[in-house]
Design a protein around this ligand. Structure first.
Ligand code: SAM
Length: 279
């Protein structure tokens, strides 16, 4: 669907006197070449509904409407953008549902059931940085599991998500993300690409949940083990995991108790979580 008849985003923002609010983590992408590129990084959108968190003025939303996605559900917390987004929904001729709400609170499955029943979902978003990590954890461990996520984070957070064992950025977020999904960085973007520019650069991480992802109980145990192990990342596991079983836990998982958290691959943490569950 071609939306080239719509006025440029910068003009629309100026006309409506819409200024970015820091409290909402607002850093806009106004260049439709960039938003189009982000959407093209996602796995095939045909037959999918896309949930976009924080459409703001709608730059990424326009690119999503322009894509093969069957439907787009955009969840925005800042009510100032709703008139603009509702105009976009009219232009999208039924392919865009605009929801005023907090993405941390919404029930994604219920939204899909109401607006695009039966369709598999993906999440694509230029995330508000202040709630990026809790949102990712919600989608990785909560009841609603999207088929894929293509998400803009602060670069440092994206690096933590995708870091391999042994890297400086490797930590809890890496283990939880990679235990549940294939995770990689697919695009880097400098701060100057945003209006207003944030203090740091950004990157898009792509996460595709694994069909054989560990179940709820293992994930809960994984959260406990990684919190303890990386809470004292310079200590040997026998000491950092002491309260969870220390030496005995490591032995049951086949992990060297003298090793430090940062050297243990994701599979090692899953073994520790399984050992914790069977204690
Ligand atoms: N998608 C737009 C773009 O790329 O130009 C805006 C991205 S801006 C980084 C983040 C957006 O998320 C803002 O529009 C902000 O109002 C919205 N937002 C912040 N917290 C939110 C929340 N908890 N739930 C839904 N939207 C939120």
């Amino acid at each position: 669907m071609n939306l080239s008849h719509l006025p440029p985003l910068r003009e629309t923002l100026a006309e409506q006197g819409l200024m970015a609010k820091k409290s909402f983590g607002q850093h806009f992408l106004l260049d439709l070449n960039v938003t189009g590129k982000i959407v093209r990084l996602a796995p095939s959108l045909a037959g999918h509904v896309v949930i976009e968190v924080g459409p703001g003025p709608g730059g990424l939303t326009r690119a999503l409407i322009d894509s093969d996605a069957a439907h787009v559900i955009a969840v925005e917390k800042d009510a100032r953008f709703l008139p603009l987004l509702n105009e976009l929904a009219v232009a999208a001729q039924g392919r865009l549902s605009v929801i005023e709400g907090d993405a941390l609170e919404v029930d994604e499955a219920a939204l899909i059931a109401a607006h695009a029943p039966g369709l598999p979902g993906q999440i694509i978003s230029n995330l508000p940085y202040n709630v990026g990590t809790p949102l990712l954890i919600k989608w990785l461990t909560g009841p609603y599991r999207p088929a894929a996520m293509t998400l803009m984070f602060q670069k440092e957070v994206a690096q933590r998500i995708a870091a391999p064992a042994g890297a400086d950025a490797y930590g809890r977020l890496s283990v939880i993300s990679q235990a549940i999904a294939e995770a990689r960085i697919v695009m880097n973007l400098p701060a100057r690409a945003f209006t207003p520019p944030p203090k740091v650069d950004s990157a898009v991480a792509q996460l595709v949940p694994r069909p054989d992802a560990p179940g709820e109980k293992i994930v809960a145990a994984l959260e406990k083990v990684t919190a303890a192990a990386f809470g004292q990342r310079r200590k040997m596991l026998r000491s950092s995991l002491k309260l969870l079983g220390g030496d005995a836990l490591c032995a049951a998982a086949g992990i060297d108790a003298n090793a430090r958290a940062e050297t243990i691959p994701v599979s090692g943490f899953i073994a520790l979580a399984q050992a914790l569950l069977s204690r």
